[in-house]
Design a protein around this ligand. Structure first.
Ligand code: DGY
Length: 327
């Protein structure tokens, strides 16, 4: 009988996904779900043919270079792969796959929810009630801003950016975007989206900005201190992508000085650490990286991991194999 391929899974996955993985592969699971240290990751890549990491693993060059020659696929559970050194993997002949599409709608839902939360001051309201500080309705209490009619600028108009644009249109917002490549005109027309060649120009004209681009060497710190300064004083910033896209210190400073109206963040630089200064700001909504956290989404992500791993073991390229883009 052919030996089953060895698969090392670094975090607890939905039960149905782990059951399937257990049937199809010689699987090692992380039973207590504690994030792996570097030495645990090295042990995993020494044992496995396929590694299934998540955003909480630093699959850096040291880990990749310590892998046994049997490790041939990193089947990431998630769409973002900024935690994996793709160049080191390529140099070692290790393929990398991810889980696109299946978390698009959930992440766009969350971005839309954050737009409303930050604009309507829902976080502040929730905190007030929970703290027992609500003394009753008043005509001027926690007045926010109506989202309908507002300019939304989307940085990164890939799958999630476009799914957010559709939702925001439904809320009566006008859609603007900046993307590495302009969308084709048919999609632009369908989304009624205005393309901005200049990111700086778009930022200065938006009331709400949502960042929906992957974190790569060319997008790291894309919202740097200088760009954040261009935002309108009452504007709102949403991040459901990765913390490293924004200069967090500069963001805090602008929020404190009222140079940016509010921010709603689902992701942070150096997660799970959250800049303590953010915690003390009222005009901020903070979530624990929940973008794709639906049962349906997480099971579908697991199904993608299984499909990528199975296809690879059967001798085909994984359907979601990443192609390393040259700078
Ligand atoms: C993703 O899929 O990139 C989510 O942020 C979790 O990693």
């Amino acid at each position: 009988m052919k030996k089953k391929a060895r698969i090392a899974v670094t975090r607890k996955l939905p039960a149905t996904v782990e059951t399937q993985l257990g049937i199809l592969f010689d699987s090692k699971f992380n039973l207590d779900d504690t994030p792996f240290s570097e030495s645990q990751l090295i042990r995993a890549v020494n044992w496995a043919d396929i590694l299934v990491p998540t955003v909480t693993d630093k699959v850096n060059a040291k880990v990749i270079n310590a892998a046994s020659p049997n490790l041939k696929l990193i089947a990431n559970f998630g769409v973002g792969v900024n935690h994996i050194d793709l160049e080191a993997a390529e140099a070692k002949g290790i393929q990398v796959s991810n889980t696109p599409d299946v978390l698009t709608e959930d992440t766009a839902d969350l971005a839309m929810a954050l737009i409303i939360m930050a604009s309507r001051r829902l976080g502040e309201g929730e905190r007030m009630v929970r703290a027992g500080n609500w003394t009753g309705w008043t005509p001027t209490q926690l007045m926010g801003n109506r989202v309908s009619g507002r300019n939304l600028g989307i940085i990164g108009m890939g799958r999630i950016g476009q799914a957010l644009a559709k939702r925001a249109r439904g809320f009566g917002m006008s859609i603007h975007y900046h993307n590495r490549k302009r969308l084709n005109l048919k999609i632009e027309r369908e989304l009624k989206a205005k393309h901005w060649e200049s990111l700086d120009g778009m930022i200065a004209n938006m009331e709400i900005i949502s960042i929906n681009t992957p974190l790569t060497p060319s997008t790291a710190n894309i919202l740097n201190a200088e760009r954040l300064k261009r935002m309108q004083p009452s504007s709102v910033l949403i991040n459901t992508s990765r913390g490293g896209l924004i200069d967090e210190e500069a963001l805090v400073e602008n929020l404190m000085k009222g140079q940016i109206g509010a921010a709603a963040l689902d992701v942070f630089d150096g997660e799970p650490h959250v800049n303590p200064k953010l915690m003390h700001l009222e005009n901020v909504v903070l979530l624990p990286h929940l973008g794709s956290a639906t049962i349906e989404g997480r099971v579908a992500m697991g199904d993608k991991v299984i499909l990528n791993a199975k296809r690879f073991i059967d001798g085909y390229p994984p359907p979601d194999k990443l192609i390393l883009e040259l700078p």
